[in-house]
Design a binder for this molecule. Structure first.
Ligand SMILES: NC(=O)c1ccc[n+]([C@@H]2O[C@H](COP(=O)([O-])OP(=O)(O)OC[C@H]3O[C@@H](n4cnc5c(N)ncnc54)[C@H](OP(=O)(O)O)[C@@H]3O)[C@@H](O)[C@H]2O)c1
Length: 224
């Protein structure tokens, strides 16, 4: 059966790894809701890959949803909620309003809007919702208040969605620590547990995003 996979933040890190794996699969059409395309994605066939420029922090998700509506029909749909902001990594007393707005838009609001749009418009499709979560959703880390709380929020949002829409599938998946820019910016930040994160890199504990993408795509049964 034809599959359309919608991925946020698909230009680098884990999001790009999902695209790299999915490009090798037949009957799979990928839609990237991202701020940019990677160099290799510029060359991808429009039969397999569509880039819809989306700045998740700028409240322009409605335009992207209109474009999705023109693209999707009765195929199986997968939504991979991948894009996420971890910065600023600072104490709560130092948080400013602009940072709260950015985290809420990227990590929470856009996810809620895309999920609501798909549930409303594709009732008779098979829809699989995949939230790329984090251990931080369930473990408080000093100076990570915005990230931890936003990850916890979407985990609960998906759990509630699952109770309302039992005909669809919902997954909250913690990918584990991976070798991406997010880990680099964590290591460069100032917070009490930073040495622990530096040790993940020194001890070779960071996972390759391609391996993580394959594991998750197996879990949701897009690949075997
Ligand atoms: N890396 C880890 O160790 C780790 C651990 C646990 C969970 N996770 C989760 O795994 C997922 C992927 O993380 P990653 O490590 O691949 O992160 P990453 O390397 O920092 O990539 C983040 C992605 O989000 C996009 N993004 C950020 N702000 C955006 C905005 N305003 N509008 C549109 N896109 C935006 C980025 O696009 P730009 O290039 O345009 O900024 C990028 O594609 C995230 O949900 C993260 O919370 C990661």
């Amino acid at each position: 059966m034809k599959k359309t996979v919608i991925i946020t933040g698909a230009n680098r890190g884990l999001g790009k790894a999902f695209v790299d794996v999915l490009m090798t699969i037949d009957d799979c059409f990928i839609i990237s809701l991202s701020r940019s395309v990677s160099k290799d994605q510029e060359e991808f066939s429009s039969k397999k890959f569509q880039f819809i420029k989306t700045v998740l922090s700028k409240n322009d998700i409605q335009n992207s949803l209109k474009m999705l509506k023109n693209t999707i029909s009765n195929e199986a749909i997968y939504f991979i909620n991948n894009a996420s902001l971890i910065e600023p990594i600072i104490k709560i007393e130092d948080i400013d309003e602009a940072s709260i707005d950015d985290i809420l838009s990227v990590n929470i609001k856009s996810t809620m809007l895309i999920t609501s749009f798909l549930l409303k418009n594709y009732d008779s499709n098979q829809v699989t919702f995949v939230n790329i979560s984090s251990g931080a959703a369930n473990r408080p880390i000093s100076n990570w208040s915005l990230y931890c709380s936003s990850k916890a929020c979407i985990e609960m949002f998906f759990k509630v969605a699952e109770t309302e829409y039992q005909q669809h599938r919902f997954f909250n998946i913690n990918p584990g620590v991976m070798d991406t820019n997010m880990q680099k910016s964590i290591r460069e930040s100032d917070f009490p547990d930073v040495e622990n994160f530096k040790s993940f890199q020194k001890e070779g504990k960071l996972k390759n995003p391609i391996d993580v993408a394959k594991d998750i795509l197996k879990t949701i049964q897009i690949i075997e």
